[in-house]
Write a protein that binds this ligand. Structure first.
Ligand code: ZN
Length: 136
């Protein structure tokens, strides 16, 4: 397996994108490159490109959204770090055989037309970790 090539994005859980955007866009001057709803994950995402990395704000769209549960437990804050990989299936297989606990054993659809999968914070030093691959 090739190691991840870069950090793709940082996911930040917020109660309201409209509120959080006052810091990222209005105060900091980041340009919002759009937002997108991911019905699968019951989440709305707004993203701000920053060089090669994106900041992603994640807002729950339902009470049983994983982001809603995260907000309940921990409050707003850093939700996950996403690493870009070339071959997500190979990465998942390698992690699995290394004993890493995976939330997704197979790739699924994420924002930006990416294929994504998560590894469990218990195996990653406490940070929910996403791996993503540009879909072919
Ligand atoms: Zn993500």
């Amino acid at each position: 397996m090739q190691p991840p090539s870069k950090i793709d994005h940082l996911g930040i859980a917020v109660h309201s994108i409209d509120e959080a955007i006052q810091f990222y866009r209005d105060a900091l001057g980041f340009e919002c490159a759009g937002s997108e709803e991911i019905p699968d994950q019951k989440v709305r995402v707004a993203f701000f490109p920053l060089g090669e990395v994106r900041i992603e704000l994640l807002e729950p769209t339902a009470e049983d959204s994983p982001i809603a549960r995260f907000l309940e437990r921990k409050g707003p804050g850093l939700h996950h770090v996403a690493y870009r990989v070339d071959d997500l299936s190979a990465t998942l297989a390698a992690l699995k055989s290394a004993g890493v606990r995976l939330i997704d054993e197979t790739p699924r659809d994420g924002a930006h037309g990416m294929k994504i999968a998560f590894a469990h914070p218990k195996s990653t030093g406490g940070v929910l970790t996403e791996f993503c691959q540009v879909a072919q």
